[in-house]
Design a protein around this ligand. Structure first.
Ligand code: NAD
Ligand code: NA
Length: 399
């Protein structure tokens, strides 16, 4: 079929298999161009491996460190006449590239929050790898069915305490407007968001992997967090999602305790704001990102997901002397360039000025849009989007 983008709000309903394959190729080329990661991981489990930071983690481990990878994700395969999700095509393309390079790569498609998928993953590790030496936890989801209670939790993106009003942009039309978001009405909203995006499921994974004996001596595990600028505090870091991130970060000592007798260690890495399927759903954030991109590109220090994660692996998690640089709260920071004072001062100035009329000029909204379409395999010059393409693509080693 001929596949073109079909956009509804911050979602694109279609994805292009050849375009996503090109996206994967580009990311692999980048990782290869940086050379091998010294002392890098060898057997890696990535939970949330099909898009965004998790996908970049899988690519960095495989092509930066020749690692065998198992990827867990929740995606929809294609059916005749209906394209699969971007994460499905990404995983198909990734596995094809990994296998061609002689690397082990298998995938599990299902609900990572469930006991069943955890058990299936453990079986696969036992059968094929024995143990893993790195576990990347990179889930982003609006809901979670709790495996012990059966309760279906839905997360919300709301401020806590007072309503929040600020600028936002519809990144398709470029219209800048004010948005007001009411605060949570009850603590239940906070608790639900923490249940979905906090640290409990990460802890469950590590507990179960450890109990099954599939974590190698000296295992590392990393989960991803975000802080961002003061202007997004009310909706992000001081809002419901921020409470979940506090909980995730607070899980590090708990997991370290679980990992003590296998000499393992856990980290939270605070990453840069980037265009992903998850971040495009957060009000105010797309405008911030498009201003941030403009400033960081002008200064020559812009990074995308693959650049961020390759640097996380090569310069933080796996350094020559084994030292991992942490901030005063014990977190890895690869948002260091985003948070630089000169960058933030410049973004804050542009934020005050931003209007519908000047947006194209003062921001990188064009770069934002391009990254958004790239997520779904569109806007790659190598691909002919007028041509018929086979929408039914298999992930070769799916369990
Ligand atoms: P993403 O939407 O691109 O990726 C989410 C992944 O989770 C996908 O692989 C998806 O298949 C998987 N997933 C979702 N629900 C699942 C389920 N029930 N079972 C199995 N897999 C499931 O998101 P992302 O932006 O890469 O976010 C990953 C992490 O990075 C999140 O913790 C996020 O908060 C954090 N982070 C994001 C940003 C940003 O700007 N995007 C910045 C810093 C940190
Ligand atoms: Na991810």
């Amino acid at each position: 079929m001929i596949i073109q983008p079909r956009v509804r709000g911050f979602i694109c309903l279609t994805s292009h298999p050849e375009g996503t394959a090109q996206h994967i190729k580009n990311q692999i080329e980048y990782v290869k161009s940086k050379g091998k990661i010294a002392n890098g991981p060898k057997k890696v489990l990535v939970i949330g491996a099909s898009t965004g930071f998790g996908l970049a983690s899988r690519i960095s481990a495989a092509f930066g460190s020749d690692a065998a990878t198992i990827g867990v994700f929740f995606e929809k395969p294609a059916a005749p006449g209906k394209p699969g999700t971007a994460g499905w095509y990404n995983s198909a393309a990734f596995e094809n590239e990994a296998h061609a390079a002689g690397l082990y790569a298998k995938s599990i498609n299902g609900d990572a929050f469930s006991d069943e998928v955890k058990a299936k993953t453990i079986e696969l590790i036992k059968q094929d790898l024995g143990q893993v030496d790195l576990v990347v936890y990179s889930l982003a989801s609006p809901r979670r069915t709790h495996p012990k209670t059966g309760v279906a939790h839905a997360s919300v993106l709301k401020p806590i305490g007072q309503p929040f009003t600020d600028k936002t942009v519809d990144f398709h039309s470029g219209v800048v407007s004010d948005i007001s978001i009411n605060p949570v009405e009850s603590d239940e909203d906070i608790a639900n968001t923490v249940a979905v995006m906090g640290g409990e499921d990460w802890k469950f994974w590590i507990e179960e992997l450890k109990a099954a004996g599939v974590l190698a001596d000296g295992v590392k595990t990393v989960a991803y967090s975000y802080i961002g600028p003061e202007l997004t505090y009310p909706i992000y870091r001081n809002g419901t999602i921020g409470r979940a991130k506090d909980d995730l970060e607070g899980t590090v000592p708990v997991i370290n305790d679980i990992l003590k007798d296998v000499n393992g260690i856990s980290y939270v890495s605070v990453n840069k704001a980037l265009v992903t399927q998850s971040s495009s759903a957060i009000p105010v954030v797309p405008l911030y990102i498009s201003l941030l991109y403009k400033v960081m590109k002008e200064k020559g220090i812009h990074e995308g997901t693959i650049e961020q994660i390759q640097r996380l692996f090569a310069e933080r998690l796996y350094t020559a002397d084994g030292q991992v640089a942490l901030d005063e709260k014990g977190r890895i920071r690869v948002d260091d360039l985003e948070m630089r004072e000169d960058i933030q001062a410049e973004v804050a100035k542009l934020w005050e000025q931003a209007t519908t009329e000047n947006l194209e000029e003062i921001s990188d909204i064009a770069g934002y849009r391009n990254d958004f379409f790239n997520l779904f395999g569109f806007n790659f010059p190598e691909v002919n989007y007028e041509a018929d393409t086979n929408e039914v693509v298999n992930v070769p080693s799916i369990e």
